[in-house]
Design a protein around this ligand. Structure first.
Ligand code: FDA
Length: 392
């Protein structure tokens, strides 16, 4: 049986980063993935430009049973550290918005950088190789693979979450955790479009393609970003963000004109141009199709001069606090991330090693640490992978 110092399960962002670090320390590293290519999610990320980190990393931007757990790794390997590596590789980048850093060119540059670093660090990579089990043995661990069993002093589990099964997501890492008696926090799709019942879709579908900046809230949490109406319901960054906080049965509240006192605006419009239709006034705040929809929903016709204050207040309420109850989400099929995972209580935050199972590490999305949209999830993959790579 072939033996290695470190076997990394999964050649995604976290696994490749952990492998590079362990390899640079002189460890003999094998990385195994059942996919045909490494870093497939990196390749398609950020619309093909990879939003590889965010300059605003902080505990409040991560969802976990213990959001402070992630801080140790995030502080030891920071966004600036990753930027320095991207710079050293000669990859041009830009800040798009909200601290989000993207490649100027293509996300494949990041994949190529990681593959090159892995090769330079002497890491071996087995692609197209299925994994079936991990066992503890006297010398460390044995991993059952499609190429037969391999032995490793340490195993780093970096198989990600359940999001996008079509791309090879399996939930294998959760099974490994369970096999070693580690607790799991219930998993659910995150950063995912929200779906609606037929009665809502009847009016939403004609709005499909309409996008606008808005504030979307659920309980006390809210995000100011774009909202997009689709033929299934709501999407766009603000909706993806809130989906990670939304639970079945809850409402989401849309403010379609954040920062605007809509009631005062409508009163002003009525005074200035009383003969104008409501949709014309609303069209100064909203895309035309949406303005027409709000007018129709309000059941009003005729010029604004004929509308009383109560009617205008009602319209303002519809624009500023539009309450909608999703029936669900598009699920793991399109979710960018998986919330939940290996309970952080079971891991050492400095090394990502499982407490009570020396030599077994969990990094990246398989852990119960999920970032907001905007580069936070890759930063978690780099930071947690880096932490494990220092010690495994
Ligand atoms: P990741 O899922 O990347 O890697 C896991 C690897 O394990 C995969 O290569 C998989 O094939 C392999 N594997 C799984 N099960 C296996 C098994 N049973 N046997 C063998 N191998 C197995 N984040 C961000 O910060 N900025 C962004 O721009 C984006 N954009 C984005 C777009 C889209 C469409 C998605 C789906 C996701 C994003 N993300 C993102 C999220 C980001 O991609 C994600 O958080 C990281 O890829 C997680 O890295 P991991 O290495 O933990 O898992």
């Amino acid at each position: 049986m072939q033996r290695y110092d470190v076997i990394v399960l999964g050649a995604g962002a976290a696994g490749m980063f952990a492998a590079i670090e362990a390899g640079r320390r002189g460890r003999r590293v094998l990385v195994i993935d059942h996919a045909k290519a490494a870093g497939e999610k990196i390749r398609i990320s950020g619309g093909g430009r990879c939003n590889f980190t965010n300059l605003g990393v902080g505990a409040e931007r991560f969802i976990s049973r213990n959001p402070r757990f992630a801080l140790s790794a995030l502080k030891r390997y920071t966004a600036r550290d990753f930027v320095a590596r991207v710079d050293a590789a000669g990859i041009a980048w830009h800040e798009k918005t909200l601290g989000q850093l993207f490649c100027d060119g293509s996300a494949t540059q990041i994949v190529q950088m990681l593959l090159r670093d892995m090769a330079q660090a002497g890491c071996e990579l087995w692609l197209g190789c299925a994994l079936s089990a991990v066992r503890r043995v006297e010398t460390g661990f044995e991993v059952d693979t499609a190429r037969g069993p391999v032995g490793g002093a340490s195993v780093i589990v970096a198989t990600g979450g359940k999001s996008i099964p079509k791309m090879g997501a399996t939930g294998f890492g959760y099974r490994v955790a369970e096999a070693f008696g580690l607790p799991l926090v219930e998993t659910r799709p995150g950063l995912v479009p929200l779906t609606f019942a037929a009665q809502e879709l009847d009016w939403m579908q004609p709005l499909s393609g309409v996008a606008l900046p808005a504030r979307v809230s659920c309980g006390k949490t809210g995000f100011d970003e774009a909202v997009l109406f689709t033929h299934r319901g709501l999407s766009g960054p603000a909706v993806l963000q809130i989906s990670s906080y939304w639970r079945e049965g809850e409402a989401v509240v849309l403010n379609l004109a954040p920062g605007v006192d809509v009631a005062a605006f409508l009163r002003g419009e009525k005074q200035a141009a009383g003969r104008a239709m409501l949709r014309t006034a609303l069209g100064k705040l909203l895309p035309e199709r949406l303005a027409r929809h709000v007018e129709a929903q309000a059941g009003v016709a005729g010029p604004m001069a004929e509308m009383g204050r109560a009617t205008l207040d009602q319209v303002a309420q519809a624009v500023g606090a539009w309450r909608l109850v999703p029936v669900g989400s598009e699920g793991y099929r399109t979710a960018e991330v998986t919330l939940g995972g290996v309970d952080t209580d079971a891991l050492d935050g400095r090394s990502m090693e499982a407490k009570g199972v020396p030599g077994l590490y969990f990094v990246g999305e398989v852990v119960d640490v999920t970032g907001w949209l905007g580069g936070y999830n890759f930063q978690w993959a780099w930071s947690s992978g880096w932490a494990a790579g220092q010690v495994a």
